[in-house]
Design a protein around this ligand. Sequence first.
Ligand SMILES: [Zn+2]
Length: 187
Amino acid sequence: MIAEGLSYEDQLQNYQLAYQLLKRKLRTSYVSQLIKSISLPEIRDIHRSIHQGESPSSGLLPAIEAIPQVRESMLYISLFASLYRSASQIDIRAEMDVSAIIFAWDFFCETFPNHVRERRPYGKVRPANFSEAWVVAQALKIGLAAVHYCKSCHGDHIVIYNSKFSPTCQICVIDQLRKRGNTPGLR
Ligand SMILES: [Zn+2]
């Protein structure tokens, strides 16, 4: 997305962007996909120098359909997606808006402090880390997920195609289950 053969100033801006992404612990392969002018070994070095020698995470990248394990997660992901869409001036179904992802993620973290799960994201508050937030934004761009308006609750809700939750408003489903007193459905 960012071409090579850059001016010194452009390269400094790329380092600034890499710093912003790595500070939030975006997986280095995503940083490398975005910023072509900095090598992957150097991106890993930047990660280690920001995080006191800690190596970047490796292994499988998060898959959008596997992020919500429990229905309540859909509520949090809907909120994140809605924040992201509101923060962006562009069509997020056509492009990823990196600064809007950063803004929405920081806002989300302020709203739910202490939820960040870097390596073992098993909580219900999702996205659990910045890489999952990135994957949500990516899914909205490539059509694996979409934000829809719900006529019943008048809010935005996310639909994640191929996830275990039906492409309807899960916020309303949670509400119906709660009214029925069917709390096990919430887990
Ligand atoms: Zn609804």
